[in-house]
Every structure is written in C-alpha cells, then in structure tokens.
Design a binder for this molecule. Sequence first.
Ligand code: 5RP
Length: 272
Amino acid sequence: MDFGIKNRLSRIFSPKTGKTVMLAVDHGYFQGPTTGLRDMKNITPLVPQADCLFVTRGILRTSIDPATKTSVCLRVSGGPSILGELSNEDIIISMEEALRLNASGVGMSIFVGAKNEERTISNLGRLVNEAQRYGMPVLAITAVGKEMARDARYLGLACRMAAEIGANFVKTYYCEDFHKVVEGCPVPIVIAGGKKLPEMEALRMTEDAIRAGARGVDMGRNIFQSDSPAGMMKAVRAIVHKGATASEALELYQASKKSAAAESVDESLEKV
Ligand code: 5RP
C-alpha cells in the first residue's frame, strides 16, 4: 500500500487504537429524509465526536462545516430509491469530485447474491482501479438483498469477495459467529448498526463485534435515532476505542442523557 492510501486511512482509523467510529449519515441517498436526518442540524454536534463521517456530497456541501477536523468517507454509489430495485446502483461521483471534497475514502455498495450482483462487483473493481491511481481508500459495503440471510456464511462470502476485488476496508452487518466473517476477510471490517435497537442491544452488538475482531463501526440509526445521540456516540466510542463493556458504555449514555436533560431544565428556568 502506498503512502497516500495509508495516510488517508490513518484519518479514518485512529493511529492510537487502530479502530474507528464512523458516523453514517448517507441514508437520504435512497431513503429521502430519514427519521433523525430530516434536519441535518441534528447531526452538527455529533460530527466532532466521530473519527469519520460517511456522507453524500450533497449533505457535505450543504450541511457540514468545512472547518471540521473529522475526516470524510464519501458515498459514491447511488441511483435507485427505496421505491425501486436497490441493487441497481452505479458509481455516480467521480474521483476528481472526491478529491475536490477532500475525502479520505470513498464507499460504494455491492449486492452479492442479489440482482445486479455482477455489475456492482465490476463497478467495485473499476472504482478500486481509479482510486488506486490517486491514493484513495475504498470502502465496500456489503448491502443485503431482501431475501438474503444475514449469517456468517453469506456475509463471509460478500466480505471476502469485496476484499479480493481490492476494497481497502469493508462494512457489513453483525451476525452470529461474526469471528468467522472477520477471519475470512484480509482487510478491516466495520459494522453497520442496522435498524434502531434499544440502546443496550446496540451497545451489546458493538461490544460483541469488537470482541470478534471488527475494527469499528460505521453506525447511523442507532446513534442519530437514539433519544440521546451524543450519549450513544460517547458510549460507542468507549467500546470501540477503550474496550469498555456494553454495561459500562450504557452508563455513559445514561449520564450524558441526564446531564443534557438537566441543562435543558436550567435553560427553561432562565427564560422564566
Ligand atoms: C446505507 C448505508 C448506511 O451508511 C449503513 O447502513 C449504516 O447505517 P445504519 O447504522 O443506520 O445501518 O450504507 O446503505
């Protein structure tokens, strides 16, 4: 791996811990104004707490402070909406644009075992070829078709394929026997959070994934749809970077939620 790719990866994965807490806020590229992302101002206080923001160019241009110290991994695939065939994606952002936006990585979905499997895989190959030329790391996202089981056999296949095609890191879902997915994949794996879960379940999933060898998270809904997104960021960071247990992390989440509630009571009293 050359200097450029390693240097950019060091803005995504903390050189101190080798791990990352990426905040995924790209959902609107096919879901529209998702709950929690309707007003992107909700995300502003969370950005400094993330190691990297996984985001589309539209949100980056309109809603993210250009002075941010948080690195950016740019979603470069898209096309279909939730109303269409999700696997029918192509690469829609040029490498030049990713460089202009000062991205530290580019990410696209692959749809193994779904319609358009071959096209999304060959698109990944083309993206890697181009990214390689500019020292840009590529994140492959193993999206799951509606009928696909989220098990270690399937996710192991999809992650290994992504690595073989040349992705520098892979995002996938957590599953039982996750260590098997990690063992079969020669590049770092980060987990997506998936649908909103009760906070303790999301934190337990994070702890289990890290213990099984995940190198971090690229988490969205379980953070920005929480009743305390800042608390969840703190909690997830403690697990990923400090090896906290889910129970210890839950305490951080609860303390943060409580102090935010106390601050808002203070503010309302000041107005009386
Ligand atoms: C959508 C994505 C999301 O970034 C990914 O699913 C992470 O978000 P969440 O934790 O909400 O699942 O890649 O295709």
